[in-house]
Design a protein around this ligand. Structure first.
Ligand SMILES: Cc1cc2nc3c(=O)[nH]c(=O)nc-3n(C[C@H](O)[C@H](O)[C@H](O)COP(=O)(O)OP(=O)(O)OC[C@H]3O[C@@H](n4cnc5c(N)ncnc54)[C@H](O)[C@@H]3O)c2cc1C
Length: 438
């Protein structure tokens, strides 16, 4: 019943959107003008609540909205960590004034954000972070280093976690700030990945400044706020989300806001690439076609692997429907965001292994740029090869980012199944007294 009722609602939503697009989409607008129309009308991030430039839609309906915009042939909304993480976090914990400043800039694509959580000594143990913010009048002075910051080089603002009280247990002394990245105290350095790309960075803060008004969710309450960010990260990544690389790039650094919107619409049929690679359905299709093309589909182990991959994708789809039905009934399926993220790890590992099995020894050749890609195409006659090797090299990332597989299992073990935690004094002893790696 719940699913049927929701299906009616979502087709209404798509009809309403299509009518709106017919009235409003104009390829001659600039990207900035178009995103302002889309965002202020609630279509850029429709799963946000109505007081935060959204329409309060379910995640599934929000995906349908995105698909409908693409089908219509209009430029899609701004994407990336701003929309995926910063906007829902601020919508949940920010004041209306903060929502009207920060979320407005996000849904209209004016500003891009990065996530300044992980540090060289604090990844899985995020609450052990040592970036320090010290009050100075109605401002804060921030010092410390962050690492693995996706999109740091194109970010206008950062969701920075900093320690504001060292004399309380570690989870209680953290504050979540909206940090302006355009200031002399912030230095962003690229980190080259083994794929050849540099999608992430390390960020150094030396006497960077941030105002009291940029604290989201209250001083020393950053752990609760960070958990909201992480919950959206797990749910988004488990659903195959992440920074879309198709369409236009939001923010001031990418310099796309003044371009003609119609020129940046991805060509029909061209899928947008995501931080987690292709969606699992897209990957399964790609690998099936590849196996058919090379004759590898005659190999029973490859056939079995493809069937396994397809099954994992379907299980993910059914789980989303379970979550949706549970929400419609006013309940939750505990631990499902973590389960979905773990499933995504299995999917990317299996895709990597199958892809490399199908292409055989050619999988050892990887093109690091367009020029090499053309040379490799010419030498091997296998234009799909870069997609396979890229997927194989990137497959190490999703089981790590957004919390590693082991951490997802710990969370579900402790918080969902109620298993005993490892004994430690984290919750009772002041952070300043805890032993640390130096
Ligand atoms: C592609 C990519 C993009 C990223 N983007 C961002 C970003 O934009 N912003 C950001 O802040 N961070 C980002 N990260 C960082 C990411 O969140 C961390 O890498 C991750 O949380 C793991 O932390 P770590 O690298 O310090 O590993 P560690 O925490 O040092 O872990 C090392 C190993 O020990 C295991 N381990 C650690 N603790 C436990 C435990 N208690 N029980 C069992 N096993 C344990 C881990 O599972 C892992 O296998 C990104 C990472 C990647 C790979």
């Amino acid at each position: 019943m719940a699913i049927a009722a929701d299906a009616t609602k979502s087709s209404d939503v798509v009809d309403e959107l299509t009518a709106w697009l017919e009235e409003n989409w104009d390829p001659d607008l600039t990207v900035g003008e178009w995103w302002e129309r889309l965002g202020l009308e609630g279509w850029a991030a429709p799963s946000l609540p109505e007081n935060a430039y959204g329409k309060g839609l379910s995640r599934n309906d929000a995906v349908r909205v995105q698909e409908a915009i693409a089908r219509f042939g209009a430029l899609g909304p701004p994407s990336g960590l701003s929309v995926l993480l910063a906007a829902p976090t601020i919508a949940t914990h920010g004041t209306q004034e903060q929502i009207d400043l920060f979320v407005r800039e996000i849904v209209t694509g004016q500003k891009a954000w990065c996530q300044l959580f992980s540090e060289p000594g604090a990844g899985s143990d995020l609450a052990g972070l040592t970036t320090r913010a010290v009050a100075d009048g109605d401002e804060w002075i921030v010092n410390g280093q962050k690492v693995w910051t996706s999109g740091g080089h194109v970010a206008d603002l950062g969701m920075v976690l900093a320690r504001t009280n060292w004399d309380v247990p570690k989870h209680q002394g953290i504050t979540w700030f909206a940090l302006d990245m355009h200031q002399p105290g912030v230095e962003v350095r690229p980190l080259r990945e083994m794929t050849g790309r540099a999608l992430f960075t390390e960020v150094f803060m030396n006497d960077a400044r941030v105002g009291d008004g940029a604290i989201i969710g209250g001083r020393n309450n950053g752990w609760a706020v960070a958990n909201t960010t992480l919950m959206y990260e797990r749910a988004g990544l488990g659903a195959g989300g992440g920074g879309s690389e198709g369409g236009a790039v939001p923010g001031t650094i990418a310099r796309q806001l003044g371009k003609r919107a119609g020129d940046l619409v991805p060509a029909a049929g061209r899928r947008t690439r995501r931080r987690g690679g292709e969606s699992s359905t897209g990957t399964t299709k790609l690998l099936m076609e590849l196996a058919k093309g090379t004759g590898a589909d005659a190999d029973p182990t490859i056939r079995q692997g493809l069937a396994h991959l397809y099954t994992l994708g379907e299980l993910g789809r059914f789980n989303s429907l379970r979550v949706k039905a549970a929400r419609a009934a006013g309940t939750e399926v505990p631990g499902m965001a973590n389960v979905s993220k773990l499933a995504m790890s299995d999917i990317v590992r299996l895709s990597r292994d199958l892809g490399l099995q199908i292409v055989g020894p050619f999988g050892m050749l990887h093109a690091y740029d367009e020029k090499e890609r053309a040379a490799l195409d010419a030498a091997t006659g296998k234009p799909f090869l870069p997609a396979v090797t890229e997927m194989a090299l990137f497959a190490q990332a999703p089981p790590i980012y957004g919390g590693t597989d082991q951490i997802q299992r710990n969370i579900n073990g402790e918080r969902v199944l109620g298993l005993p935690k490892e004994p430690n004094e984290d919750k009772t002893r002041p952070f300043s007294e805890l032993p640390k790696n130096t």
